[in-house]
Design a protein around this ligand. Structure first.
Ligand code: CAO
Length: 542
Protein backbone atom coordinates (compact mmCIF):
# COMPACT_ATOMS: atom_id res chain seq x y z
CA UNK A 1 0.00 0.00 0.00
CA UNK A 2 1.26 3.49 -0.84
CA UNK A 3 -0.02 6.82 0.29
CA UNK A 4 -0.33 9.29 -2.56
CA UNK A 5 -0.83 13.01 -2.10
CA UNK A 6 -3.31 14.25 -4.68
CA UNK A 7 -2.72 17.92 -5.49
CA UNK A 8 -4.73 20.50 -7.39
CA UNK A 9 -3.60 20.17 -11.01
CA UNK A 10 -2.81 23.00 -13.40
CA UNK A 11 -5.95 25.13 -13.47
CA UNK A 12 -5.32 26.57 -16.88
CA UNK A 13 -4.47 30.06 -15.76
CA UNK A 14 -6.87 30.37 -12.83
CA UNK A 15 -4.88 31.27 -9.74
CA UNK A 16 -6.91 30.74 -6.60
CA UNK A 17 -10.31 29.10 -6.94
CA UNK A 18 -13.06 28.24 -4.51
CA UNK A 19 -13.94 24.71 -3.46
CA UNK A 20 -17.72 24.58 -3.89
CA UNK A 21 -18.16 20.89 -3.23
CA UNK A 22 -16.16 18.15 -1.60
CA UNK A 23 -17.33 14.91 -3.22
CA UNK A 24 -15.53 12.38 -1.01
CA UNK A 25 -15.07 11.63 2.67
CA UNK A 26 -12.36 9.93 4.67
CA UNK A 27 -12.75 6.17 4.29
CA UNK A 28 -14.38 6.37 0.85
CA UNK A 29 -13.17 3.88 -1.71
CA UNK A 30 -12.84 5.82 -4.93
CA UNK A 31 -12.44 4.81 -8.54
CA UNK A 32 -9.98 6.33 -10.95
CA UNK A 33 -11.54 9.48 -12.47
CA UNK A 34 -14.07 9.79 -9.66
CA UNK A 35 -14.56 13.43 -8.70
CA UNK A 36 -12.78 14.55 -5.55
CA UNK A 37 -13.80 18.19 -5.41
CA UNK A 38 -15.62 20.74 -7.53
CA UNK A 39 -13.88 24.07 -7.96
CA UNK A 40 -15.43 27.21 -9.24
CA UNK A 41 -14.09 30.25 -10.97
CA UNK A 42 -16.14 33.18 -12.19
CA UNK A 43 -16.52 31.46 -15.48
CA UNK A 44 -17.02 27.81 -14.84
CA UNK A 45 -16.98 25.02 -12.34
CA UNK A 46 -14.62 22.12 -12.77
CA UNK A 47 -14.41 18.72 -11.20
CA UNK A 48 -11.04 17.43 -10.14
CA UNK A 49 -10.95 13.71 -10.82
CA UNK A 50 -8.95 11.23 -8.80
CA UNK A 51 -5.92 10.10 -10.80
CA UNK A 52 -6.03 6.57 -9.42
CA UNK A 53 -8.31 4.24 -7.53
CA UNK A 54 -7.82 3.89 -3.79
CA UNK A 55 -9.10 4.77 -0.36
CA UNK A 56 -9.29 8.32 0.97
CA UNK A 57 -7.26 8.43 4.17
CA UNK A 58 -7.21 12.19 4.74
CA UNK A 59 -9.11 15.14 3.39
CA UNK A 60 -7.11 18.35 3.12
CA UNK A 61 -9.72 20.80 1.86
CA UNK A 62 -13.14 21.95 2.96
CA UNK A 63 -16.05 23.50 1.17
CA UNK A 64 -15.48 27.24 0.87
CA UNK A 65 -11.67 26.96 0.91
CA UNK A 66 -9.72 28.86 -1.71
CA UNK A 67 -7.02 26.73 -3.26
CA UNK A 68 -4.54 26.84 -6.10
CA UNK A 69 -2.37 24.58 -8.19
CA UNK A 70 -0.25 22.22 -6.10
CA UNK A 71 -2.37 22.41 -2.93
CA UNK A 72 -3.07 18.94 -1.60
CA UNK A 73 -6.69 17.82 -1.89
CA UNK A 74 -6.59 14.35 -0.34
CA UNK A 75 -4.25 11.62 0.80
CA UNK A 76 -5.05 8.45 -1.08
CA UNK A 77 -4.05 4.95 -0.14
CA UNK A 78 -3.50 2.98 -3.31
CA UNK A 79 -2.68 -0.66 -3.84
CA UNK A 80 0.91 -1.10 -5.04
CA UNK A 81 3.40 1.62 -5.71
CA UNK A 82 2.76 4.63 -7.85
CA UNK A 83 3.81 8.08 -8.67
CA UNK A 84 2.27 10.73 -6.48
CA UNK A 85 1.31 14.34 -6.84
CA UNK A 86 2.42 14.83 -10.38
CA UNK A 87 0.05 12.24 -11.75
CA UNK A 88 -3.08 14.18 -10.95
CA UNK A 89 -5.33 14.41 -13.95
CA UNK A 90 -6.28 17.51 -15.82
CA UNK A 91 -9.37 19.20 -14.51
CA UNK A 92 -12.54 18.40 -16.31
CA UNK A 93 -14.33 21.63 -16.99
CA UNK A 94 -18.05 21.55 -16.44
CA UNK A 95 -18.92 24.89 -17.86
CA UNK A 96 -22.23 26.26 -16.73
CA UNK A 97 -24.88 26.05 -19.40
CA UNK A 98 -24.27 29.02 -21.62
CA UNK A 99 -25.90 30.02 -24.85
CA UNK A 100 -23.84 28.20 -27.42
CA UNK A 101 -23.00 31.42 -29.11
CA UNK A 102 -21.39 33.13 -26.19
CA UNK A 103 -18.15 31.21 -25.84
CA UNK A 104 -16.41 30.11 -28.98
CA UNK A 105 -14.76 26.82 -28.17
CA UNK A 106 -11.52 27.13 -30.08
CA UNK A 107 -8.79 29.53 -29.07
CA UNK A 108 -9.26 33.10 -30.19
CA UNK A 109 -6.58 34.60 -32.33
CA UNK A 110 -3.92 36.42 -30.38
CA UNK A 111 -0.77 38.19 -31.30
CA UNK A 112 2.49 37.43 -29.59
CA UNK A 113 4.73 40.39 -28.82
CA UNK A 114 8.17 40.58 -27.39
CA UNK A 115 7.20 41.64 -23.92
CA UNK A 116 4.43 39.09 -23.55
CA UNK A 117 1.82 41.56 -24.61
CA UNK A 118 -1.02 40.09 -26.56
CA UNK A 119 -3.57 41.87 -28.61
CA UNK A 120 -6.86 40.06 -28.59
CA UNK A 121 -8.96 40.83 -31.65
CA UNK A 122 -12.57 40.08 -32.45
CA UNK A 123 -12.73 36.55 -33.85
CA UNK A 124 -14.57 35.38 -36.93
CA UNK A 125 -18.20 36.22 -36.28
CA UNK A 126 -19.63 33.67 -38.64
CA UNK A 127 -20.45 36.14 -41.34
CA UNK A 128 -21.79 38.93 -39.14
CA UNK A 129 -20.22 42.30 -39.65
CA UNK A 130 -20.31 45.46 -37.58
CA UNK A 131 -21.77 43.90 -34.47
CA UNK A 132 -22.76 45.95 -31.46
CA UNK A 133 -20.92 45.59 -28.14
CA UNK A 134 -23.58 45.43 -25.44
CA UNK A 135 -21.24 44.86 -22.53
CA UNK A 136 -17.56 45.35 -21.84
CA UNK A 137 -16.73 42.90 -19.06
CA UNK A 138 -13.16 43.96 -18.24
CA UNK A 139 -11.32 47.13 -17.29
CA UNK A 140 -7.70 48.22 -17.40
CA UNK A 141 -5.82 46.61 -14.52
CA UNK A 142 -8.09 43.55 -14.23
CA UNK A 143 -6.40 40.20 -13.78
CA UNK A 144 -8.39 37.82 -15.88
CA UNK A 145 -8.32 34.09 -16.38
CA UNK A 146 -8.46 32.19 -19.60
CA UNK A 147 -12.08 31.92 -20.64
CA UNK A 148 -13.23 35.05 -18.79
CA UNK A 149 -15.58 37.10 -20.90
CA UNK A 150 -14.02 40.18 -22.46
CA UNK A 151 -17.03 41.63 -24.23
CA UNK A 152 -20.55 40.63 -25.13
CA UNK A 153 -21.68 41.17 -28.68
CA UNK A 154 -25.15 41.08 -29.98
CA UNK A 155 -26.42 40.44 -33.45
CA UNK A 156 -30.07 40.42 -34.40
CA UNK A 157 -30.02 36.66 -33.84
CA UNK A 158 -28.08 36.07 -30.66
CA UNK A 159 -25.72 37.48 -28.11
CA UNK A 160 -22.26 35.99 -27.68
CA UNK A 161 -19.48 36.42 -25.20
CA UNK A 162 -15.95 36.68 -26.45
CA UNK A 163 -13.72 34.91 -23.97
CA UNK A 164 -10.08 35.66 -23.23
CA UNK A 165 -8.02 33.02 -25.01
CA UNK A 166 -5.44 33.16 -22.20
CA UNK A 167 -5.22 34.59 -18.72
CA UNK A 168 -3.35 37.82 -17.99
CA UNK A 169 -3.54 41.46 -16.93
CA UNK A 170 -5.62 43.89 -18.98
CA UNK A 171 -3.26 46.65 -20.15
CA UNK A 172 -5.63 48.41 -22.48
CA UNK A 173 -9.27 48.18 -23.50
CA UNK A 174 -9.77 49.14 -27.12
CA UNK A 175 -13.55 49.08 -27.24
CA UNK A 176 -16.52 50.69 -25.54
CA UNK A 177 -20.11 49.69 -24.93
CA UNK A 178 -22.33 50.59 -27.84
CA UNK A 179 -19.49 50.54 -30.39
CA UNK A 180 -19.73 48.29 -33.42
CA UNK A 181 -16.94 45.87 -34.19
CA UNK A 182 -16.02 43.40 -36.87
CA UNK A 183 -13.65 40.49 -37.15
CA UNK A 184 -10.05 41.54 -36.46
CA UNK A 185 -10.82 44.71 -34.50
CA UNK A 186 -8.76 44.97 -31.32
CA UNK A 187 -10.59 44.24 -28.08
CA UNK A 188 -7.91 44.36 -25.40
CA UNK A 189 -4.18 44.15 -24.87
CA UNK A 190 -3.23 41.58 -22.29
CA UNK A 191 0.05 41.17 -20.48
CA UNK A 192 0.77 37.47 -20.23
CA UNK A 193 3.37 35.76 -18.13
CA UNK A 194 4.59 33.42 -20.81
CA UNK A 195 7.06 31.67 -18.52
CA UNK A 196 4.28 30.59 -16.19
CA UNK A 197 1.73 30.10 -18.94
CA UNK A 198 -0.22 26.93 -19.22
CA UNK A 199 0.17 24.53 -22.10
CA UNK A 200 -3.05 25.96 -23.47
CA UNK A 201 -1.53 29.46 -23.45
CA UNK A 202 1.47 28.15 -25.34
CA UNK A 203 -0.85 26.46 -27.78
CA UNK A 204 -2.89 29.58 -28.29
CA UNK A 205 0.11 31.81 -28.66
CA UNK A 206 1.97 29.51 -30.98
CA UNK A 207 -1.17 29.05 -33.06
CA UNK A 208 -1.16 32.77 -33.77
CA UNK A 209 1.13 32.96 -36.66
CA UNK A 210 -0.47 35.07 -39.32
CA UNK A 211 -2.42 38.22 -39.99
CA UNK A 212 -0.16 40.52 -38.07
CA UNK A 213 -1.63 43.59 -36.50
CA UNK A 214 0.46 46.38 -35.01
CA UNK A 215 0.17 47.11 -31.34
CA UNK A 216 1.89 50.26 -30.13
CA UNK A 217 5.62 50.05 -30.61
CA UNK A 218 5.88 46.33 -29.88
CA UNK A 219 6.75 43.80 -32.51
CA UNK A 220 4.76 41.56 -34.83
CA UNK A 221 1.27 41.00 -33.52
CA UNK A 222 -0.63 38.40 -35.46
CA UNK A 223 -4.12 37.18 -35.98
CA UNK A 224 -4.59 33.52 -36.55
CA UNK A 225 -6.10 31.80 -39.50
CA UNK A 226 -7.64 29.38 -36.99
CA UNK A 227 -10.09 31.89 -35.67
CA UNK A 228 -13.10 30.40 -33.94
CA UNK A 229 -16.20 30.19 -36.01
CA UNK A 230 -19.51 31.20 -34.55
CA UNK A 231 -22.05 29.12 -36.33
CA UNK A 232 -25.02 31.35 -36.94
CA UNK A 233 -27.31 28.36 -37.32
CA UNK A 234 -26.47 26.98 -33.90
CA UNK A 235 -26.48 30.48 -32.50
CA UNK A 236 -30.02 30.88 -33.61
CA UNK A 237 -31.04 27.48 -32.36
CA UNK A 238 -29.73 28.03 -28.88
CA UNK A 239 -30.34 31.71 -28.46
CA UNK A 240 -32.75 32.42 -25.65
CA UNK A 241 -35.23 34.12 -27.91
CA UNK A 242 -37.45 36.36 -25.85
CA UNK A 243 -36.12 35.14 -22.50
CA UNK A 244 -33.50 37.18 -20.70
CA UNK A 245 -29.86 36.23 -20.62
CA UNK A 246 -27.38 36.18 -17.73
CA UNK A 247 -23.61 36.17 -18.01
CA UNK A 248 -21.46 33.87 -15.85
CA UNK A 249 -20.72 36.40 -13.12
CA UNK A 250 -24.41 37.24 -12.78
CA UNK A 251 -25.30 33.56 -12.63
CA UNK A 252 -22.59 33.00 -10.04
CA UNK A 253 -23.99 35.80 -7.87
CA UNK A 254 -27.51 34.38 -8.29
CA UNK A 255 -26.27 30.94 -7.25
CA UNK A 256 -24.49 32.34 -4.20
CA UNK A 257 -27.65 34.15 -3.10
CA UNK A 258 -29.92 31.22 -3.92
CA UNK A 259 -31.84 33.25 -6.48
CA UNK A 260 -33.76 31.54 -9.26
CA UNK A 261 -33.31 33.87 -12.21
CA UNK A 262 -36.67 32.90 -13.66
CA UNK A 263 -38.23 35.14 -11.00
CA UNK A 264 -35.95 38.11 -11.71
CA UNK A 265 -36.70 40.91 -14.13
CA UNK A 266 -33.82 41.73 -16.45
CA UNK A 267 -33.06 45.42 -16.81
CA UNK A 268 -29.84 45.28 -18.82
CA UNK A 269 -29.53 46.22 -22.45
CA UNK A 270 -31.51 43.90 -24.69
CA UNK A 271 -33.07 41.92 -21.89
CA UNK A 272 -29.89 40.96 -20.05
CA UNK A 273 -29.70 40.33 -16.32
CA UNK A 274 -27.34 42.57 -14.40
CA UNK A 275 -25.88 41.95 -10.95
CA UNK A 276 -28.07 44.77 -9.69
CA UNK A 277 -31.15 42.93 -10.95
CA UNK A 278 -30.20 40.00 -8.72
CA UNK A 279 -29.40 42.22 -5.72
CA UNK A 280 -32.61 44.21 -6.13
CA UNK A 281 -34.62 41.01 -6.30
CA UNK A 282 -33.12 39.78 -3.01
CA UNK A 283 -33.73 43.19 -1.43
CA UNK A 284 -37.34 43.10 -2.56
CA UNK A 285 -37.93 39.58 -1.24
CA UNK A 286 -36.49 40.54 2.15
CA UNK A 287 -38.55 43.72 2.26
CA UNK A 288 -41.74 41.89 1.30
CA UNK A 289 -41.14 39.20 3.89
CA UNK A 290 -40.57 41.69 6.68
CA UNK A 291 -43.36 44.05 5.66
CA UNK A 292 -45.85 41.19 5.36
CA UNK A 293 -46.65 41.81 1.70
CA UNK A 294 -47.46 38.75 -0.35
CA UNK A 295 -44.78 37.96 -2.89
CA UNK A 296 -44.18 34.93 -5.03
CA UNK A 297 -43.97 32.30 -2.32
CA UNK A 298 -41.54 34.17 -0.10
CA UNK A 299 -42.45 34.68 3.52
CA UNK A 300 -45.79 34.43 5.29
CA UNK A 301 -47.79 37.63 5.39
CA UNK A 302 -48.00 38.97 8.91
CA UNK A 303 -51.31 39.70 10.60
CA UNK A 304 -51.32 43.46 10.92
CA UNK A 305 -50.91 44.93 14.37
CA UNK A 306 -54.11 46.50 15.70
CA UNK A 307 -54.60 48.95 18.55
CA UNK A 308 -57.61 47.28 20.21
CA UNK A 309 -57.91 50.03 22.81
CA UNK A 310 -59.51 52.12 20.05
CA UNK A 311 -62.55 49.84 20.28
CA UNK A 312 -62.95 49.52 24.06
CA UNK A 313 -61.35 48.71 27.36
CA UNK A 314 -58.54 46.13 27.17
CA UNK A 315 -55.82 44.66 29.36
CA UNK A 316 -52.63 42.83 28.47
CA UNK A 317 -52.33 39.32 29.90
CA UNK A 318 -48.90 37.73 29.87
CA UNK A 319 -48.70 34.44 27.99
CA UNK A 320 -47.35 31.52 30.00
CA UNK A 321 -44.21 29.86 28.74
CA UNK A 322 -46.20 26.76 27.85
CA UNK A 323 -48.69 28.80 25.84
CA UNK A 324 -45.84 30.39 23.92
CA UNK A 325 -44.21 27.02 23.25
CA UNK A 326 -47.58 25.59 22.18
CA UNK A 327 -48.14 28.52 19.83
CA UNK A 328 -44.75 27.92 18.23
CA UNK A 329 -45.23 24.16 17.96
CA UNK A 330 -48.67 24.55 16.46
CA UNK A 331 -47.58 27.04 13.80
CA UNK A 332 -44.57 24.91 12.97
CA UNK A 333 -46.71 21.85 12.53
CA UNK A 334 -49.48 23.69 10.69
CA UNK A 335 -47.02 25.23 8.24
CA UNK A 336 -44.88 22.14 7.69
CA UNK A 337 -47.35 19.31 7.70
CA UNK A 338 -49.86 18.85 4.88
CA UNK A 339 -52.82 17.77 7.00
CA UNK A 340 -55.72 15.57 6.02
CA UNK A 341 -58.49 14.95 8.54
CA UNK A 342 -60.86 12.03 8.35
CA UNK A 343 -64.01 11.61 10.47
CA UNK A 344 -65.97 8.62 11.70
CA UNK A 345 -68.31 7.64 14.54
CA UNK A 346 -67.52 4.64 16.70
CA UNK A 347 -70.38 2.74 18.24
CA UNK A 348 -69.49 2.59 21.95
CA UNK A 349 -72.83 1.22 23.15
CA UNK A 350 -71.34 -2.10 24.29
CA UNK A 351 -68.14 -0.44 25.50
CA UNK A 352 -70.17 1.88 27.73
CA UNK A 353 -72.23 -1.02 29.08
CA UNK A 354 -69.02 -2.82 30.00
CA UNK A 355 -67.34 0.34 31.38
CA UNK A 356 -70.28 1.14 33.60
CA UNK A 357 -70.41 -2.49 34.82
CA UNK A 358 -66.84 -2.01 36.08
CA UNK A 359 -67.68 1.12 38.07
CA UNK A 360 -67.83 -0.63 41.47
CA UNK A 361 -64.55 -2.40 40.90
CA UNK A 362 -62.97 0.86 39.72
CA UNK A 363 -64.04 2.58 42.92
CA UNK A 364 -62.56 -0.28 44.96
CA UNK A 365 -59.27 0.19 43.09
CA UNK A 366 -59.48 3.93 43.58
CA UNK A 367 -59.40 4.72 39.83
CA UNK A 368 -61.86 6.31 37.45
CA UNK A 369 -62.46 4.28 34.32
CA UNK A 370 -63.34 6.82 31.61
CA UNK A 371 -63.51 6.00 27.87
CA UNK A 372 -59.93 7.21 27.47
CA UNK A 373 -58.07 3.99 28.47
CA UNK A 374 -60.22 2.09 25.96
CA UNK A 375 -59.29 4.60 23.26
CA UNK A 376 -55.62 4.28 24.17
CA UNK A 377 -55.81 0.50 23.90
CA UNK A 378 -57.70 0.66 20.59
CA UNK A 379 -55.21 3.16 19.15
CA UNK A 380 -52.28 0.96 20.22
CA UNK A 381 -53.91 -2.04 18.56
CA UNK A 382 -54.45 -0.03 15.38
CA UNK A 383 -50.82 1.17 15.36
CA UNK A 384 -49.69 -2.46 15.64
CA UNK A 385 -52.19 -3.55 12.99
CA UNK A 386 -51.28 -0.72 10.58
CA UNK A 387 -47.63 0.13 11.30
CA UNK A 388 -47.55 2.63 8.41
CA UNK A 389 -48.99 5.05 11.01
CA UNK A 390 -46.25 4.36 13.53
CA UNK A 391 -43.55 6.31 11.70
CA UNK A 392 -41.80 9.66 11.55
CA UNK A 393 -40.18 11.28 8.53
CA UNK A 394 -36.41 11.18 8.72
CA UNK A 395 -34.69 14.56 8.47
CA UNK A 396 -32.60 13.38 5.52
CA UNK A 397 -35.71 13.34 3.33
CA UNK A 398 -34.76 9.86 2.15
CA UNK A 399 -36.07 7.64 4.92
CA UNK A 400 -38.98 6.97 7.25
CA UNK A 401 -38.35 5.96 10.83
CA UNK A 402 -40.48 2.89 11.56
CA UNK A 403 -41.10 2.60 15.29
CA UNK A 404 -41.39 -0.79 16.90
CA UNK A 405 -42.71 0.60 20.19
CA UNK A 406 -46.10 2.11 20.92
CA UNK A 407 -45.98 5.23 23.09
CA UNK A 408 -49.07 7.45 22.97
CA UNK A 409 -49.41 11.06 24.10
CA UNK A 410 -52.57 12.47 25.62
CA UNK A 411 -53.43 16.15 25.38
CA UNK A 412 -54.06 17.50 28.87
CA UNK A 413 -55.67 20.84 29.54
CA UNK A 414 -53.84 22.57 32.42
CA UNK A 415 -54.07 26.06 33.91
CA UNK A 416 -50.66 26.83 32.41
CA UNK A 417 -51.69 25.63 28.96
CA UNK A 418 -51.83 22.50 26.85
CA UNK A 419 -49.41 19.70 27.71
CA UNK A 420 -48.94 16.34 26.04
CA UNK A 421 -47.47 13.73 28.40
CA UNK A 422 -46.67 10.36 26.87
CA UNK A 423 -47.77 6.96 28.12
CA UNK A 424 -45.20 4.35 27.23
CA UNK A 425 -45.81 0.87 25.84
CA UNK A 426 -49.57 1.29 25.76
CA UNK A 427 -49.89 -1.95 23.80
CA UNK A 428 -48.42 -3.88 26.72
CA UNK A 429 -50.58 -2.38 29.47
CA UNK A 430 -54.05 -3.32 30.75
CA UNK A 431 -57.04 -1.01 31.11
CA UNK A 432 -56.62 -0.55 34.88
CA UNK A 433 -52.96 0.29 34.51
CA UNK A 434 -53.76 2.77 31.75
CA UNK A 435 -56.59 4.35 33.78
CA UNK A 436 -54.23 4.82 36.74
CA UNK A 437 -51.40 6.11 34.64
CA UNK A 438 -53.66 8.55 32.76
CA UNK A 439 -54.97 9.98 36.02
CA UNK A 440 -51.46 10.22 37.53
CA UNK A 441 -49.90 11.86 34.51
CA UNK A 442 -52.85 14.26 34.03
CA UNK A 443 -52.44 15.35 37.69
CA UNK A 444 -48.69 15.70 37.24
CA UNK A 445 -49.39 17.90 34.19
CA UNK A 446 -51.84 20.12 36.04
CA UNK A 447 -49.46 20.40 39.01
CA UNK A 448 -46.64 21.47 36.66
CA UNK A 449 -44.54 18.47 37.68
CA UNK A 450 -43.88 16.88 34.31
CA UNK A 451 -40.27 16.22 33.38
CA UNK A 452 -39.12 16.65 29.76
CA UNK A 453 -38.83 12.86 29.46
CA UNK A 454 -42.54 12.51 30.34
CA UNK A 455 -43.38 14.41 27.16
CA UNK A 456 -40.96 12.72 24.77
CA UNK A 457 -41.08 9.71 22.50
CA UNK A 458 -44.74 9.76 21.46
CA UNK A 459 -45.81 7.85 18.33
CA UNK A 460 -49.39 9.15 18.22
CA UNK A 461 -51.54 11.55 20.23
CA UNK A 462 -55.09 11.46 21.51
CA UNK A 463 -56.81 14.77 22.14
CA UNK A 464 -60.05 14.20 23.99
CA UNK A 465 -62.59 16.97 24.25
CA UNK A 466 -65.35 14.46 24.92
CA UNK A 467 -66.00 15.68 28.43
CA UNK A 468 -66.61 19.15 27.07
CA UNK A 469 -68.75 18.52 24.00
CA UNK A 470 -68.63 19.10 20.28
CA UNK A 471 -69.42 17.01 17.21
CA UNK A 472 -65.93 16.92 15.80
CA UNK A 473 -62.78 18.92 15.27
CA UNK A 474 -59.58 18.85 13.21
CA UNK A 475 -56.65 18.32 15.57
CA UNK A 476 -53.17 19.47 14.52
CA UNK A 477 -50.58 16.72 14.12
CA UNK A 478 -48.08 16.75 16.96
CA UNK A 479 -44.98 16.60 14.71
CA UNK A 480 -42.70 14.68 14.36
CA UNK A 481 -45.54 12.21 14.98
CA UNK A 482 -47.59 11.72 11.83
CA UNK A 483 -51.12 11.35 13.23
CA UNK A 484 -53.41 12.49 16.00
CA UNK A 485 -56.92 11.44 17.03
CA UNK A 486 -59.55 13.93 18.16
CA UNK A 487 -62.32 12.63 20.41
CA UNK A 488 -65.61 14.52 20.69
CA UNK A 489 -68.66 13.96 22.86
CA UNK A 490 -70.48 10.63 22.67
CA UNK A 491 -74.21 10.92 22.05
CA UNK A 492 -77.17 8.60 21.59
CA UNK A 493 -78.15 8.60 17.93
CA UNK A 494 -80.72 6.69 15.89
CA UNK A 495 -78.75 4.24 13.75
CA UNK A 496 -80.36 2.22 10.99
CA UNK A 497 -79.71 -1.50 11.65
CA UNK A 498 -81.18 -2.73 8.38
CA UNK A 499 -84.79 -2.92 9.52
CA UNK A 500 -85.15 -0.31 12.27
CA UNK A 501 -83.58 2.79 13.73
CA UNK A 502 -81.86 1.71 16.90
CA UNK A 503 -80.59 4.03 19.65
CA UNK A 504 -76.82 3.63 19.75
CA UNK A 505 -74.18 5.49 21.72
CA UNK A 506 -71.97 7.03 19.04
CA UNK A 507 -68.54 8.54 19.66
CA UNK A 508 -67.39 11.09 17.05
CA UNK A 509 -63.72 10.62 16.19
CA UNK A 510 -61.40 12.41 13.82
CA UNK A 511 -57.90 11.52 12.68
CA UNK A 512 -55.55 14.13 11.24
CA UNK A 513 -52.49 12.76 9.52
CA UNK A 514 -49.39 13.99 7.75
CA UNK A 515 -50.04 13.23 4.12
CA UNK A 516 -46.32 13.23 3.38
CA UNK A 517 -45.93 10.13 5.52
CA UNK A 518 -49.31 8.45 5.34
CA UNK A 519 -51.48 7.96 2.30
CA UNK A 520 -55.26 7.96 2.29
CA UNK A 521 -55.60 4.19 1.89
CA UNK A 522 -53.37 3.57 4.93
CA UNK A 523 -55.42 6.07 6.88
CA UNK A 524 -58.65 4.41 5.80
CA UNK A 525 -57.41 1.00 6.96
CA UNK A 526 -56.04 2.36 10.25
CA UNK A 527 -59.19 4.28 11.10
CA UNK A 528 -61.62 1.54 10.09
CA UNK A 529 -59.73 -0.96 12.25
CA UNK A 530 -59.63 1.45 15.19
CA UNK A 531 -63.36 2.18 14.95
CA UNK A 532 -64.10 -1.54 14.72
CA UNK A 533 -62.03 -2.28 17.84
CA UNK A 534 -63.80 0.45 19.80
CA UNK A 535 -67.12 -0.90 18.54
CA UNK A 536 -66.29 -4.36 19.86
CA UNK A 537 -63.54 -4.32 22.44
CA UNK A 538 -63.37 -8.13 22.43
CA UNK A 539 -61.26 -7.58 19.30
CA UNK A 540 -58.48 -6.35 21.59
CA UNK A 541 -58.06 -9.95 22.67
CA UNK A 542 -57.63 -11.27 19.15
N1 CAO B 1 -67.94 11.54 25.44
C1 CAO B 1 -68.76 11.69 26.50
N2 CAO B 1 -68.28 11.74 27.76
C2 CAO B 1 -66.95 11.64 27.94
C3 CAO B 1 -66.07 11.49 26.89
C4 CAO B 1 -66.63 11.43 25.61
N3 CAO B 1 -65.86 11.29 24.53
N4 CAO B 1 -64.82 11.42 27.38
C5 CAO B 1 -64.91 11.54 28.70
N5 CAO B 1 -66.19 11.68 29.03
C6 CAO B 1 -66.73 11.82 30.37
C7 CAO B 1 -66.00 10.91 31.32
O1 CAO B 1 -66.56 9.61 31.29
C8 CAO B 1 -66.26 11.59 32.61
O2 CAO B 1 -67.57 11.37 33.02
P1 CAO B 1 -67.97 10.87 34.51
O3 CAO B 1 -67.33 11.90 35.39
O4 CAO B 1 -69.41 10.89 34.45
O5 CAO B 1 -67.35 9.53 34.60
C9 CAO B 1 -66.15 13.07 32.22
O6 CAO B 1 -66.38 13.10 30.84
C10 CAO B 1 -64.84 13.73 32.55
O7 CAO B 1 -63.76 12.96 32.07
P2 CAO B 1 -62.27 13.44 32.36
O8 CAO B 1 -61.98 14.59 31.54
O9 CAO B 1 -62.11 13.57 33.84
O10 CAO B 1 -61.39 12.20 31.97
P3 CAO B 1 -60.90 11.72 30.59
O11 CAO B 1 -60.21 10.45 30.85
O12 CAO B 1 -61.95 11.69 29.56
O13 CAO B 1 -59.83 12.80 30.11
C11 CAO B 1 -57.91 14.18 30.18
C12 CAO B 1 -58.63 13.01 30.77
C13 CAO B 1 -56.65 14.43 30.89
C14 CAO B 1 -57.65 13.91 28.69
C15 CAO B 1 -58.84 15.40 30.25
O14 CAO B 1 -59.06 15.72 31.58
C16 CAO B 1 -58.37 16.61 29.52
O15 CAO B 1 -57.51 17.38 29.97
N6 CAO B 1 -58.96 16.86 28.35
C17 CAO B 1 -58.65 18.03 27.57
C18 CAO B 1 -57.78 17.69 26.43
C19 CAO B 1 -57.55 18.89 25.54
O16 CAO B 1 -57.42 20.03 25.99
N7 CAO B 1 -57.50 18.66 24.24
C20 CAO B 1 -57.41 19.69 23.30
C21 CAO B 1 -56.06 19.68 22.71
S1 CAO B 1 -55.94 20.67 21.31
O17 CAO B 1 -56.16 22.14 21.87
Amino acid sequence: MTIELIPVPDLGGADKVEVIEVCVAVGDVVEEEQSLVVLETDKASMEIPCPSAGTIVALKVNEGDTIGEGDIIVELEVAGAGAVAEVAAEPEAVTEPEPATEAPAAPSPVSKVALSELLVPVPDLGGSDSVEIIEVCVAVGDDIAEGDSLIVLETDKASMEIPAPVGGKVLDVKVAEGAKVSEGDAIVILQVDVSAASERTEEVVSASESAVQETSNKSAPAATSESPKVDPASAQATAKGDSAYAGPSVRKLARQLGVDLSGVTASGPRNRFTKDDVRNYVKQVVEDATSGKLSSGAGIPKIPEVDFSRFGDIELVKMTKIKKITAENMSRSWLNVPHVTQFDDADITELEVFRKSMKAEAEKRGVKLTPLPFLLKAAAAALRHEPTFNVSLHADGEHMVQKNYVHIGIAVDTPAGLMVPVIRDVDKKGLWELAEETATIAKKSRDGKLMPRDMQGGCFTISSLGAMGGNGFTPIVNAPEVAIMGVSKAQMKPIWNGSDFEPRNMLPLSISYDHRAVNGADAGRFFTYLVAVIGDIRRLLL
